[in-house]
Design a protein around this ligand. Sequence first.
Ligand code: NAD
Length: 423
Amino acid sequence: MKIAIIGTGYVGLVTGTVLSEIGHEVTCLDINENKILMLHTGMSPIFEPGLDEMLQHNIANNRLKFTTLAEEAFTDAEIIFIAVGTPQGDDGSADLTYIKQAAKDIAVHIKHNVIVVVKSTVPVGTNDYIEQIIRKHLKEDIEVHVVSNPEFLREGHAIHDTMNGDRIIIGADNKAAGDKVESLFKSLNIPVLRTDRRSAEMIKYASNAFLAVKISYINQISNLCEAVGADISAVADGMGMDKRIGRAFLNAGLGYGGSCFPKDTEALAYIAQENAVSMSIVKSAMEANKAQRQLYIKKVVAHFNGDVTDKKIAVLGLAFKPNTDDMREAPSIDIISALSSLGAEVSVYDPVVKKTELLNDCKVIYAESKEACVNDADVILLVTEWDEFLTDDWLLSEVQIKQKVLFDGRNVIPKNFSKVLVK
Ligand code: NAD
């Protein structure tokens, strides 16, 4: 099938690449010229394992193209995906600026019947709104159906998740349009749930908020374990063996970050407030998540008896989680900013994020290697659990040999390893 994708970010680019991999003809559109220039050379503007290879293979086979011109992307497209960002607005609601623009772009340029698929995470009712915008600005007398198809991929595993997802949700008010979208993914053999558009939109927010609650819950249990002398890893394992609970998302640590959970929980709370429905559980999870970072910072400061001035602090990891270059809402930013503003000398190292403008206001040393980062450090903070830090027990031996205190922000170092560990 001929497909156009609006937005070549983490979702749009991976979706387009995978759809081309399974045989569709895909044109990806973005307003960011630099991204498109890079993509023309077969290089991905984002770090995502396996993406470069798959991109290059499909570009070479003429199934995957990139453009900044909407009219070019939409020519002959039977289905147009919207995968633009829906960032958090000032009041916590989802900012739909990019969505509205994408809908207008479609209306202005499309000249034939088309199905519009909304992959972006959008508040309930937005698919209806997109349909209204398109109908209002259409230049031709054509049929347009809007179908909701929320995305569940995890950055760092995006290719795998897109090809092996747990489910594909298709929210369609027009059966034939839903059937056509379902047929796109047929060869992936992923279970499909068909529903109405509003339920599909809600499934995405409800899923992300549930996972955020699970993370905050285990973090609070972890804090209690520390106070009463229990081992959170054993507790999580024991809980996870119960099939009703499951072990996933029971890893205690610094809490969630990234471009989805923080903004999607805020947006869900906003939608609930607008509808006069309590969302107190999700709100508590949001508060607990913020508190978890502060608690970590407090522990580091307490280690130096309240004064970190001129202390050498090594931070391992910048990205919000391993295997991605995404810095949106990364805990590292809050932690480094706080310690740096208190006078600490912070050195950082991340295998992929070499520098970030989010730390422009801080005095930070960007180390060239993990070894250089921890070399003179008084303490080490493990903030992102990249494999590189854990393979061959590198971090363990660093700490053991040099007897440095490690603040294990991801609870990945075995408890019995050393007395100098602080979680
Ligand atoms: P992103 O910010 O990485 O990418 C969005 C892209 O859209 C950018 O390249 C931007 O230039 C482009 N864009 C904006 N307006 C455009 C327009 N009118 N025409 C063409 N291109 C335009 O965003 P993302 O992380 O891929 O997220 C996209 C959506 O998917 C969001 O709603 C997000 O909540 C949702 N989502 C993200 C993830 C994730 O892990 N990143 C997972 C599931 C769902």
